[in-house]
Design a protein. Structure first.
Length: 167
C-alpha cells in the first residue's frame, strides 16, 4: 500500500488531485454525449446502436428509414444463411460474410438509403477495377450481384437472392 507521511488517506487524496477530466473541445459543453439521430424522423438511435439492429423504438410510426433498414437486415440475414451453400470457394464465403457486415452497418446508419447507395457505388467501383495482372477477380460476380442488390434496397425494393456462377 502506498503511504504518504505515514497515512494511507493522504496518499488517496494525492492521487485524486492529479485525476481530472481531459480538456473540452471549443464549443462543447462538459458532460454532453452526442447521440445519433434518424435522418428521416429525428428519433434517437440509442436502441439501434445498443442492439446492433434497427429498432422500432427509435423511430416514429411509418418512418421510411426504419422500413428500409429492416428490409436491408432481412437481406443480410438471407445472405448469412445462403453464404455457405452458394458461394463455393473460401474466398467467396469470406467476401459474403464481410459484405453482410457492411450492409448491416449501413442498416444501422442514421440514413440507411445514403449508406446503401454509397456501398453500392463501392461495389460498382470494385467491379470496374481489374484484379492482379489484369484478370477478372474471383469476387467480381458477387460484387455485381451486391451492387444490383444495393440499388434495389435503396429504392425500397426486395432484391433477388444472390446467384453466382461457379468460377
Amino acid at each position: 500500500m502506498l503511504e504518504v507521511n505515514g497515512s494511507p488517506a493522504e496518499a488517496v487524496g494525492l492521487l485524486m488531485v492529479y485525476s481530472w477530466p481531459g480538456p473540452v473541445p471549443p464549443g462543447a459543453r462538459r458532460g454532453t454525449v452526442t447521440m445519433l439521430r434518424c435522418a428521416r424522423c429525428g428519433g434517437s438511435l440509442f436502441h439501434t446502436m445498443a442492439k446492433g439492429r434497427p429498432r422500432q423504438e427509435d423511430h416514429e410510426q411509418g418512418c421510411d428509414a426504419f422500413i428500409k433498414a429492416i428490409r436491408i437486415m432481412r437481406y443480410v440475414d438471407e445472405m448469412k444463411r445462403s453464404a455457405p451453400q452458394s458461394a463455393g470457394t473460401r474466398r467467396r464465403r469470406k467476401y459474403l460474410r464481410q459484405s453482410a457486415k457492411e450492409l448491416s452497418a449501413a442498416a444501422r446508419d442514421p440514413d440507411p438509403v445514403a449508406a446503401v447507395t454509397t456501398l453500392g457505388d463501392a461495389y460498382q467501383a470494385e467491379c470496374e477495377t481489374p484484379g492482379k495482372r489484369g484478370e477478372v477477380s474471383a469476387t467480381t460476380g458477387l460484387a455485381e450481384a451486391l451492387m444490383r442488390a444495393c440499388r434495389q434496397l435503396a429504392l425500397g425494393q426486395d432484391p433477388g437472392p444472390i446467384t453466382v456462377r461457379p468460377g
